[in-house]
Design a protein around this ligand. Structure first.
Ligand code: CTP
Length: 409
């Protein structure tokens, strides 16, 4: 569950009161949870309770409550992109009908429509037994099952009406178990599942003397987002990080380095036994030829620093990689640098390069969003819009997954 993004849709059934407990269980296991609550659901469980346990705002309507609220109107789309799985519990007859008809009249329905392909949808119908067995409900369930949703039948037992029969939502622990299994299966569907992925990230520092260095503005955010996205797919990830202030993504092995020489030495250890090497680090191309031992004094009016070239880590991997290994890089360029990116793709023998221009406001170094153009060695060019670095990492890994499938890896 660690690092997974889960959306729980809650509809208007008495079992809704059990969902805060499910949210708690998920959060304890390291998942991020967001809740989409239908209007009817809000009559059975409080928004405040759900917001408290999920530590997130609760999503209800696609539209802001008031014009002045300033809610991001596109959140119904970004939530669909964000989610690794959607759980609808309890699912009522009404919501089953809305979803099977493709309606988009509240946040839950919109998320259902915008979820990315391959992401598990688990639906837990819970209602009166006769209602559940009615031909209309069964028809809607069959439609949703045919679309790839997992329908988990309700259990038999005492119902809210006092009757006994089928209709009870499974306990939160059972929902958690079903979700864990579905996510595990979905992970195994990725060609990156159990692949050994090595990622360089962040800047490097080159010593001038004992207290000063040459470096750049890289924050490491892009490389860390890629590591997170790969780990979520079940890859075995090693992240070779320059000096950055970022937490290690869940399930990722991290090797901290400072200089390019250290990053190169750490990377070379994995050259022969990784399946995928992604160079996302902003590596210093040069280093001072002879770093001063102690602290340089400002005695001179002018000083000259002689710099020597550093090894190109990614090109080193590109030179020696086998047919079953993939090399992916970034090309940090000015806005018009697409051709230069293409040149790096060829010269470094890469399978894919992400052309990445920088303005330090919307893309490039030390910002939370990025604008990438992916160029494959097969000539396929994919222009991505401005995305969060997490979303850009997802797109990059989707492109790499296509490459894996194309190359039979
Ligand atoms: N790279 C690397 N080792 C280096 C320099 C770059 O591994 N010494 C990798 C980067 O991680 C990136 C790609 O090569 O994936 C391109 O880096 P970039 O800075 O865009 O280009 P350079 O090759 O350094 O060329 P230039 O600075 O002349 O544009």
């Amino acid at each position: 569950m660690r690092g997974k993004n889960i959306i729980i849709g809650i509809c208007g059934g008495i079992a809704a009161y059990k969902i805060p407990q499910l949210v708690r269980l998920l959060k304890k296991r390291g998942a991020s949870v967001r809740v989409a609550l239908t209007d009817a659901g809000a009559r059975f469980v409080s928004e405040l309770a759900l917001a408290t346990v999920s530590e997130e705002p609760i999503y209800r309507s696609i539209f802001p409550q008031t014009e002045s609220e300033g809610v991001d109107f596109t959140s119904h789309i970004s939530l669909g992109e964000w989610a690794d799985a959607l759980v609808i519990a309890p699912a009522t007859a009404n919501t089953l009908a809305r979803l099977s008809a493709g309606l988009c009249d509240d946040m839950l329905a919109a998320i259902f429509l915008t979820l990315r392909p391959g992401k598990p949808v688990l639906i837990f119908p819970a209602m009166d037994g006769q209602m559940f067995l009615s031909p209309s409900v069964q028809r809607n369930i069959a439609t949703l099952a045919a679309q790839g949703c997992s329908i988990i039948n309700p259990e038999s037992g005492e119902l809210a009406s006092g009757l006994c029969g089928i209709g009870r939502m499974p306990a939160p622990e059972a929902i958690l178990l079903a979700l864990e299994e579905a996510l595990h299966e979905a992970d195994k569907c990725s060609p990156l599942y159990s692949k050994r992925v090595v990622i360089t990230a962040g800047p490097t520092r080159e010593k001038i003397d004992g207290v000063r260095f040459i470096s750049n503005y890289s924050s490491g955010k892009m490389g860390f987002a890629i590591a997170r996205a790969a780990a979520k797919r079940g890859s075995i990830v090693t992240l070779i990080a320059g000096p950055v202030h970022l937490p290690t993504p869940p399930g990722v092995e991290r090797v901290d380095v400072e200089s390019t020489a250290e990053m190169n030495a750490a990377a070379e250890k994995f050259f022969s036994n990784c399946d995928l090497f992604i160079g996302a680090a902003a590596v210093s191309d040069y280093r001072p030829a002879a770093p001063y031992e102690g602290k340089m004094k400002k005695d001179e009016e002018h000083i000259e620093l002689t710099l020597v070239k550093n090894p190109d880590i990614l090109a080193g991997f590109g030179r020696q990689k086998s047919a079953s290994q993939l090399a992916v890089g970034f090309a940090l360029e000015t806005r018009t640098g697409l051709e230069s990116a293409r040149k790096k793709l060829t010269e470094k023998n890469l399978d894919l390069i992400a052309f990445n221009f920088f303005d330090r406001k919307t893309c490039g170094f030390d910002v939370d969003t990025n604008i990438l153009t992916l160029i494959g060695s097969d000539g396929i060019v994919t222009e991505l819009p401005q995305l969060t670095k997490d979303a850009a990492a997802e797109k990059l890994l989707e492109a790499i997954e296509h490459l894996c499938l194309k190359n039979g890896l």
